[in-house]
Design a protein. Sequence first.
Length: 388
Amino acid sequence: MSFQPSKRVAEIETFKVMDLLKRAKQLDAAGFDVVHMEAGEPDFAAAPAIAEAAKAAIDKGFTQYTPAAGIPELREAISQWYQHKYNLDMSAERIIVTTGASSALLMIFSLLTDAGDSFIMADPGYPCNRQLLRFLEAKSQLVPVDAEQNFQLNAELVKQYWRTETAGVLLASPANPTGAVVPYDELVAIAAEVKRQHGSLVVDELYHGLTYEADTPSVLAIDPDAFVINSFSKYFGMTGWRLGWLVAPAEVAPELEKLAQNLMISPHTISQYAALAAFEPDTIALFEERKDQFRLRRNLLVKGLRELGFSIPVMPEGAFYVYAGAQHLTDNTFDYCWSLLEENHIAATPGLDFGRHRCNEYIRFSYTTGLDRIELALERLEKRIKGL
């Protein structure tokens, strides 16, 4: 068969961490002991209450399509979560439940961009953001940021990089791959600059709940017209359930619901009923215990990597990643990460997955595995570095 993909598809890059994960799983199956620090997936099983709620939904026959924007009970539960966590009165009508956060972002980009439009975002940043824009014939304006900027955009950078074709700004706080948070005052300044430019502000709040020194404010407390995406995958630990949500201004929610009808039909039914249990007090208490474990893992990993010569000038404030400079080891972290996997059975993600700015200097280590496994990875790294 002679086949030529569309130009759009041909230009979309692979998600390199998934390539690594695929090979790491092959090594697992072959009997090798791989330390998995590549994927952004908590190693904890779904909370027992969530699993029980899913079983109950099946027993009750809740297996058919739901409304495209999600079951009313879950939209209301998310609304109450904003009241409880942020003291924000967020109407359920502004909330649309989605098939993971990726579909939420696809819908928001579809709403806000036409072909040729662009969105400003930090480099490094989550790779699928720019691929989604390419799929829509729009563009990503990657702004290089370093430790000096806390690996985040600021209002001055937004002003500097704004172009006539710019439709808006995408922030992530805490961010993947760096764990960096946008400070409150800077979030206020960015929101004001985006409004001055008559653009749209979209904020990825997927890792809210997973900050280790202080809670992170929602942008909705600053700019009620902002668009927010969130997910049940990270703090709530429901990666494989593929469930997320978005919050949008009330006047555009019907347009997003129309997109949901066409792109998703509806979110996963069983996952929605299961997610209702995620907001129960005992379940939240379990998530807080798990967050404490992530904090311990972060501290161990950062200390160990620094002792091995990795550059980590800024302690990651949230999420579950360490974006570590490996300049002392290689000028090509892409090849280095593949070698690390094949030879030392440590799976970590090269900086090339997250953008172009100094990407060959960095490796992202995910601390979504136990303390004993992190210690094993550090031991293997030490032996490799010292040639033992």
